[in-house]
Design a protein around this ligand. Sequence first.
Ligand code: NOJ
Length: 538
Amino acid sequence: MIYQVYIQSFADGNGDGVGDIEGLRSRIGYLSALGVDAIWITPWFDSPLRDAGYDVADYRAVHPRYGTVEEARQLIKECHAAGIRVILDIVPNHTSSEHPWFRAALQSSPGSVERSRYHFRAGRDGGESPPNDWLSVFGGPAWTRVDDHGRPGEWYLHLFDASQPDLNWDNQQVRAEFEDILRYWFDLGVDGFRIDVATALVKAPGLPDLGYPDGAFLADLTRPDHPHRDRDEVHDIYRDWRRLADSYDPPRMFAAEAWLDDADRLSRYVRPDELHTTLNLYYIKSAWTAESMRTAIDAAIAATAAVGAPTTWALSNHDVERVVTRYGRADTRRRPGVAGPQLGPVDEQLGRRRARAAALLTLALPGSVYIYQGDELGLADADIPAHARQDPIWTRSGGRRWGRDGARVPLPWTAHGPSYGFGDNGAWLPQPAEWGPHAATAQAGDDSSFLELYRAALRLRRTHPGLARANDLRWHDAPGDVLAFTHSPGFGCVVNFGSTPAPIPLAGRVLLATDTAVAEGLVAPHGAVWLDLEYIPS
Ligand code: NOJ
């Protein structure tokens, strides 16, 4: 189980309102008690933080607000002593516009070595229009024009914010630099990397137009043979990275962020000589219905099994609405970059019930599971007032899209206190007034809480033989709104997506249930149970 630490919102050790390494170190005990095998820490590198650190200015330095490289080294040591591996987040598609390479590129002339590390081009229409029609994933044109010697000059490509210029991976210096960065952190003891936008690094030669209709605003990432997504040549980079990871003892690992729908294309990233795992985004994208979840599970297993890689599962992350909020809506599918009231009302109570069932479903699946911080507390998205929003999606869309801040709010650790124990001095995003009962210490020891459900499930996931070795998921017949599957030896999971109690279609002893207030032999509405099938009722 890999726990995603969104560093600025996990725990604040120095009382400046922002999470940091010191805060994280002080909570290793919590992570151990939860049953975490590894943490993935979102970017902590030096950065102007225009996109929450996914805009890196120095890949070998820790941002001073999070701590120092020495503290990072200590954290890694302490995590290892607690049996927890540490995965960092590498951002190879783009740097920050404050990166020394980009600054040098701005100071240099068209055609210079400095500019060749990025995608600089002359504009069309005498320089006035962008070099092609590509759009940013955050909205608006993917090109920004620079000033050359006091006059409007070339344009540079940025698939995300203008503060995130795309690197040119045809440039050998770029390749060498990133291998060196990986080595730097591997040498420090880091166990692996999540690779940000792993599919985007290589662009089609000549940067051809995509052919957007007039008025298009958002990047369309769905076309086959896409000029800036999932190009075949990207795999050469990952083969090199794999050789590098394998040269360490123990070998280091990679997890690709690859939002690809095509199972065959996705599986290429996890071939035996490439990356180890890919984050499972089928699962995050699915609606909460028996049919869609089963389809997503089968697709994910098929995609990775075809190349012998393990499957991974995640219900949410820092880019999507939290599970409780998403599953409390009428339409439970994930919508990219969109959140908030524009998606309709949220029935939080329903969302909570479904999120508990989703926890048991997810933790019963074979492979590794990612848990986004705070989902184990059953947190919902917070309504962030317009003036406090920080996500570039909010600004780039001119306020049309709320962005991702609602899922990024600092965690509540204690029921009381100015920032619910997050730190001594407030929190960088406002926390909801009703968060006290959701705090970690308020839930600990309460068997009906989210936290204890997660803890119990994670304990069983390590100790029950059918779960610890789960790799032979078998579906069983069940009514339309119910999913039932088993692993050998002796483990069963039943999930009821419907709104009335459903008979449990497997015989066994209940190990864990989202809701115990139902008659024996039934699974609660919007609920789930785990069963020990070795138990034969008399
Ligand atoms: C994916 C990251 O998860 C997201 O937070 C970020 O904005 C983009 N990549 C750009 O780096």
